[in-house]
Write a protein that binds this ligand. Structure first.
Ligand SMILES: Cc1ncc(COP(=O)(O)O)c(C=O)c1O
Length: 395
């Protein structure tokens, strides 16, 4: 039985009646730009994410760009971010003319290594952008302490972590801004591109709203230059339908992750990552050598509510990740490498100062080891077993 990496129809088609109703409502309203569904969607997101302001927009990338523009960041400013992330985190910084400064990541939670941030802070550093990669929060206490000490803006990239929590607090509600994506493969997957920016600060909310609409306030008066980052009314109306059952999708992913971890960990050569020393890369690499594991399973920290946008294995040994990928694909199991290159390794950033790109060895190693396997909520038990059997047959 083939198991795709993601099956959006399995989630969307059961909602067809409600989705068509939402479409018809917007169609007959004739309000396709900033209609009432956008406001209602924003209010529903604010309640779910426990924030004061939600600003729906055109994509997760645009949410990041909007935040950076609203904070007035640009040429001469440095922004710190993890080197192991999707390109949009770094690309948005470069697009506003600021300089991305890349920091290595933790080999256990895959997120920015807070212990390595301080060495990258300079007088030009203006902001830090932690990414909650694969659905698990970064080490927010440590990052918050650094941001406070150095008076940095904090923009949380929550594109993969809508509904995830750190010590009970929703990711995105901790920094000055939180940015989310509704790209169809995200946990709250839309019907095209869409994004959201949240904040608890009234002034920052006002600035972001202006940026979303050409810096216009009032109509046809522009004191700053913004863009067109608006979310379509149709997108908001359709997303509202999916917001309702959203928690059941998260539970489905969490149950699947628990099932994988329980059953895969019983296979000789497979171990669950040791969360004891999250940020200590040296200790983790030592631990890995001791276990002589061939595959390391991801682990949620006790203080985190992980929403499992991805279930990402580390396949140890040169060439082994690509060999497992080929093996799974041959058996009809979808899998993907998120991400084969780190940001400091990207050609478009080759001309950045060496200091922006230094000391990223853990991330370089992860880029050769990671492999994500199917985790979407609608996977049938037999499909999970199929994936487990396929991995077992590789070892
Ligand atoms: C970590 C991260 N940041 C930003 C984005 C950008 O989101 P979007 O694709 O909606 O522009 C994504 C998603 O693709 C992402 O995974």
């Amino acid at each position: 039985m083939p198991v795709p990496l993601l099956d959006v129809n399995a989630q969307n088609l059961p909602l067809e009646t409600k989705l068509v109703e939402a479409f018809s409502r917007v169609l007959s309203s004739g309000q396709f730009i900033m209609g009432p569904d956008v406001l209602a969607f924003e209010q529903e997101c604010s309640a779910m994410l426990r924030v004061k302001h939600s600003i729906a927009c055109s994509s997760g990338t645009d949410a990041l760009v909007m935040a950076l523009m609203a904070l007035g960041l640009g040429a001469g400013d440095e922004v710190i971010l993890p080197t192991f992330t999707f390109f949009a985190t770094a690309g948005s910084v470069a697009r506003v003319g600021a300089t991305p400064v890349f920091v290595d990541v933790c080999p256990i939670c895959f997120n920015i290594d807070a212990e390595k941030v301080a060495a990258k802070i300079t007088p030009r550093t203006k902001a830090i952008m932690p990414v909650h990669l694969f659905g698990q929060s970064a080490d927010m206490d440590a990052i918050q302490a650094l941001a406070d000490e150095h008076q940095l803006w904090m923009i949380e990239d929550c594109a993969q972590a809508i509904g995830a929590r750190y010590k009970g607090n929703p990711c995105g509600s901790i920094g000055h801004y939180g940015a989310y994506s509704f790209f169809p493969s995200k946990n709250l997957g839309g019907f095209g591109d869409g994004g959201l920016l949240v904040t608890n600060d009234d002034t920052l909310a006002e600035k972001a709203r202006m940026m979303r609409n050409h810096g216009m306030q009032p109509k046809y008066f522009h004191s700053v230059v913004g863009g067109n980052f608006r979310m379509d009314t149709l997108q908001a109306a359709l997303l509202r339908v999916k917001l309702e059952p959203y928690n059941t999708y998260t539970r489905g992913r969490q149950n699947n992750a628990a099932y994988y971890s329980e059953h895969l960990a019983q296979i000789p050569g497979i171990v669950i990552a040791d969360p004891a020393h999250c940020q200590c890369a040296a200790r983790q690499i030592e631990w890995l050598a001791e276990t002589s594991a061939k595959i390391v399973l991801p682990v949620p920290y006790a203080h985190n509510d992980h929403i499992w946008n991805q279930y990402t294995l580390r396949v140890i040994g040169e060439g082994q990740r690509d060999a497992l990928k080929a093996h799974l694909q041959e058996k009809g199991i979808g899998c993907e490498v998120y991400y084969p290159l780190t940001m400091d390794q990207q050609e478009c950033f080759a001309s950045l100062p060496a200091a922006s790109r230094s000391d990223c060895e853990v991330a370089h190693r992860l880029a050769t080891e990671v492999l994500s396997i199917p985790i979407y909520a609608e996977l049938a038990p037999a499909q999970l077993d199929e994936v487990i059997a396929a991995i077992k047959s590789f070892l």
